[in-house]
Ligand binder design. Structure first.
Ligand code: PLP
Length: 373
């Protein structure tokens, strides 16, 4: 793997303040410290990292290293391309049908919640969307099973982790010869993956990989190069795949630089397997506080389908939600409100949430239940 300079310095964490926002994951303090020190001078090159020209050798080095770290972390096989794209995950909602329909008229989507709905709405601009299965009828309390698939579907799309509803695939559906496409915006790099199961994986960067403005796309080679002729260049996988030799336009340089630091941070902490273990421990603590509460807190998601990164729950008495959120904030536990479409409470436990954050939240929940139950 390319060596990205010295190891990140271990920074002191500000004690007692934890941010559980779902919309943007915490950035590891070591990453912030390193970025701060390089803002004015990238690796003693004299060039501020904020203004690295994308055409120069320094940025090329950043790009190469960032890709090498990601490939090593996930064990991405050689027949997959790694793309750094603009427009977040939402641009991929359009890029996927534009690149993958290959003349076909039909795509299959599994409806597991809020982000599935967004992805389908965008795809309907380009093709006929077959909702192969949905868990809407049971209030998205689980991920839907994939029934037998129509073989004329150009691809099959899932949302690996539904950030709003708190449901997650713990086993991925078998889609046979139909390429499986996964939106992993909220759980990319939170657990090991068998990449070969997928045609395309994409993820907006702001939850586990750094800051907004970047989407990572991992795409199997044979799916690159057949985009609809009307595809905007910026969304065409083949155009983007040429980045190593030729950039289509200015990439989100700072977001890519920061993602590279996050990948390095992950590697220094034992990689993805270590993250998964930590994430399981963090989420189990919070789910255990729910189970121990004797019905005071209720998690609507079936146990086998619960997310390890977005833990959602509500109160038997909804009037307690605001009291809970205010009390939590006064103890340093921030941004715990559920998504407006579902209400209640949501604790997001992305990679950079320390185990102490989950532990502090679980203890707070138990004390709050005792006071208000
Ligand atoms: C946050 C999120 C998105 C939206 O990402 P943008 O980068 O804002 O477009 C899409 N899918 C999932 C699963 C998400 O969690």
């Amino acid at each position: 793997m390319a060596e990205g300079g010295a190891a990140l310095k271990v920074a002191r964490v500000a004690p007692g303040r934890f941010d559980f926002s779902a919309a943007a994951g915490p950035i590891p303090v070591e990453v912030i410290e390193c970025a701060r020190s390089e803002l004015h001078d990238w690796r003693r090159s004299g060039t501020p990292v904020l203004s690295l020209p994308f055409t120069g050798d320094a940025f090329r080095e950043v790009m190469t290293e960032t890709e090498a770290y990601l490939r090593a972390l996930l064990g991405i096989p050689d027949n997959y391309r790694v793309l750094f794209m603009h427009g977040g995950a939402s641009a991929q909602f359009a890029a996927v049908p534009l690149n993958l329909l290959r003349g076909g008229r039909r795509a299959c989507y599994l409806d597991s919640g809020y982000w599935s709905g967004k992805a389908m709405a965008e795809a309907r601009r380009y093709c006929s969307v077959e909702v192969a299965a949905s868990s809407a009828d049971t209030g998205y309390d689980r991920v839907p099973e994939l029934p037998s698939l129509r073989s004329d579907a150009a691809y099959c799309h899932i949302v690996a982790n539904e950030t709003v509803n708190g449901v997650q695939y713990h086993a991925f559906p078998e889609s046979g010869d139909v390429p499986l496409v996964a939106d992993m915006t909220s759980d990319f790099l939170t657990r090991p993956l068998d990449i070969t199961r997928f045609g395309v994986i994409y993820a907006g960067a702001q939850k586990n990989l750094g800051i907004a403005g970047l989407a990572m796309v991992v795409v199997r080679e044979d799916l690159v190069g057949s985009a609809d002729p009307a595809t905007p260049g910026i969304l065409d996988y083949a155009v983007q795949a040429r980045h190593a030799s030729h950039y289509y336009n200015t990439p989100p340089t700072f977001a890519i630089y920061l993602a590279g630091l996050v990948f390095k941070w992950l590697a220094e902490r034992g990689g993805i397997a270590a993250m998964e273990q930590a994430n399981r421990g963090k989420s189990e603590r919070v789910y255990a506080a729910i189970e121990r509460s004797g019905g005071f807190y209720r998690c609507p998601v079936q146990a086998a389908h619960r997310s390890q990164v977005n833990v959602c729950f509500h109160f038997a008495d909804d009037a307690l939600t605001q009291t809970f959120l205010a009390a939590a904030q006064s103890e340093g536990l921030f941004n715990l409100a559920g998504h407006p479409s579902v209400g209640g409470v949501r604790a997001s436990l992305y990679n950079a949430m320390p185990e102490a954050g989950a532990e502090t939240l679980a203890q707070f929940m138990t004390a709050f239940a005792r006071r208000n139950g």
